[in-house]
Structure formats: C-alpha cells, structure tokens
Design a protein around this ligand. Structure first.
Ligand SMILES: [Zn+2]
Length: 139
C-alpha cells in the first residue's frame, strides 16, 4: 500500500468492512470537501476483510469518537508523506455529544441544549449508557 498517496493527514486502517462511511460521519468529515480515499473490502489477515480510509487533513481527529465507532482500527499519522506516528484508539470511557439518548422521558430529550453524556458501562461487547437516565445506547 502506497503511503505517500497523502501528504498530511491520517490513514485509518482495520476499519470493519463496509463501516468506512459511518466512520466518516462520526468524525464529521464531509466527503464533498475533503480529499480522501476509501479502500473498501480489502483483504486483512486479522479480520478477513476490512476498509481503509486515507484522509488529507491538517485537522486533529477526535480519536475518542473513532474508538467508539471503530475500536479495532489503527491510525497512522502522516506528515510530509511519511508515517510519523501510529495510534491505536481504544473504547472511550465517556462520549460527549456523540450519540443521542433515545429515551423520550430523558432530560436530554425534554430539555433541549443539554449535553448528551454517555459512559462505557460494559466493555465486551461494548455498551454505553446515558448519564442521566441509564438508557442503553443503540449504536
Ligand atoms: Zn437519557
């Protein structure tokens, strides 16, 4: 795989096959105004098949969000066409304004403008619950 296809940005590898568009959505990356390359359903020794996302950006990505939506992913930080760092995002303990509580009686539903706060309540499989009402997040 050619590393130098992006100059400055990130390569997100080991994304579950077919998940790359969801990952972009959670990272708030608009494919319409961002230089990026998606390699979908390529072969992986570890997972059978996977997606790879290459994003040309100067922005720092929210790795907590990435850990939530693609916890098995690995991230290469690219600078000047060279990989300068490798990051392995894990499941974040907290999610702030990433997902919304679906409980109609939750204070976040009845009072707009309140931060959506979730915490990791179970690791395997990953489960998040609302800080206010303990509703399980539907991911
Ligand atoms: Zn709630």
């Amino acid at each position: 795989m050619e590393v130098t296809s992006i100059q400055n940005g990130v390569i997100i590898d080991h994304v579950s096959a077919g998940q790359s568009l969801t990952v972009l959505e959670y990272l708030k990356i608009d494919p319409a105004d961002t230089r990026l390359a998606l390699i979908m359903n390529t072969t992986s020794h570890r997972f059978g098949s996977k997606d790879i996302i290459k994003i040309e950006t100067e922005r720092r990505l929210d790795l907590d969000v990435l850990g939530f939506v693609a916890p098995q992913a690995t991230v290469d930080i690219v600078h000047g066409g060279v990989i300068v760092d490798k990051v392995k995002p894990g499941l974040p303990n907290r999610l702030i304004n990433v997902i919304n509580c679906k409980n109609p009686r939750c204070v976040t539903t009845t009072e707009p403008g309140i931060d959506q706060l979730f915490h990791l309540s179970h690791r395997e499989p990953a489960e998040y619950r609302c800080d206010y009402c303990d509703e399980k997040a539907k991911i």
